[in-house]
Design a protein around this ligand. Structure first.
Ligand code: HPA
Length: 247
């Protein structure tokens, strides 16, 4: 049985799944890090592959950008194909002075401006969106073993890439105390667009999830990675994610 957005048979997708947003990145991960690779879907050019990493079956499924898109793939991966461990491997925009381009970040928690939590809890509970503790602990241990530095903390998962946070005059936008400044003061490390859906759906389905990012943009200093820079640091993140997901 195939699902609407993933044209695979049950059994073609592994229980362990890496989740890049970009389909081309999914292909690059499969080709460079997995053996015995088999592509199981290309619906909408959103690719999915299954292969082996150190003998263990692992899939790489692209999700597209943003909460609505990743939510579709998460639902089908978990409910139709039986995914049990999901690690997002994406990029983010650093928002904190301690965060530099190419840093690898792990989202211990995901704060969001999206309505998805309210859609589930009706506004009664501001449900905390958290990484799976065991995956988080394993990823931190793996990073230490591989001597790859990681930073762990809270991120903001936003619905709008081009948001008006710093233009909300009268609320936070007086030029000194912008909304982004406020997030920064509260320890938000970075901005991205999918982790809240991942942590919410994983909680609902009682599966394990973690979001890891490479910093591709620095909103604090106004800098951006070159394509070559993105590639090397992206590889560090993939090594951490793969080693974590097979343990
Ligand atoms: N904003 C939101 N998501 C992102 C960004 C950003 O600046 N960079 C990478 N993902």
């Amino acid at each position: 049985m195939s699902s609407i957005h993933i044209a695979a048979e049950v059994g073609e997708v592994a229980e362990r799944v890496l989740l890049p947003g970009d389909p081309v990145r999914a292909k690059i991960i499969a080709e460079n890090f997995l053996s015995d690779v088999h592509q199981y879907t290309a619906v909408r050019n959103i690719f999915g592959f299954t292969g082996r990493y150190k003998g263990e079956r692992v899939s790489v499924q692209a999700t597209g950008m943003g909460i609505p898109s990743i939510s579709i793939y998460l639902h089908e991966l978990i409910e139709v194909f039986g995914a049990k461990k999901l690690i997002r491997v994406g990029t983010c925009g650093g928002m904190n002075e301690d965060i530099r381009l190419r840093d690898v970040l792990i989202a211990q928690g995901s704060s969001t401006d999206s309505s998805i939590v309210n859609q589930v809890f009706g506004g009664a509970v501001n449900f905390s969106l958290l990484a799976d503790f065991n995956l988080l602990r394993t990823a931190v241990n793996v990073a230490e073993e591989l001597k790859l530095p990681v930073k762990v903390g809270n991120v903001i998962c936003t619905d709008l890439f081009y948001n008006d946070y710093d233009d909300v005059n009268g609320t936070f936008g007086d030029g000194k105390n912008t909304f982004n400044d406020k997030l920064r003061r509260y320890g938000i490390l970075a901005v991205e667009m999918e982790s809240a859906a991942l942590y919410l759906q994983a909680a609902a389905a009682k599966v394990q999830a973690l979001a890891i990012f490479t910093v591709s943009d620095d909103l604090w200093r106004g800098e951006r990675c070159t394509t070559a820079e993105r590639e090397t640091s992206f590889n560090d993140m993939i090594k951490i994610a793969l080693e974590t997901i097979i343990r």
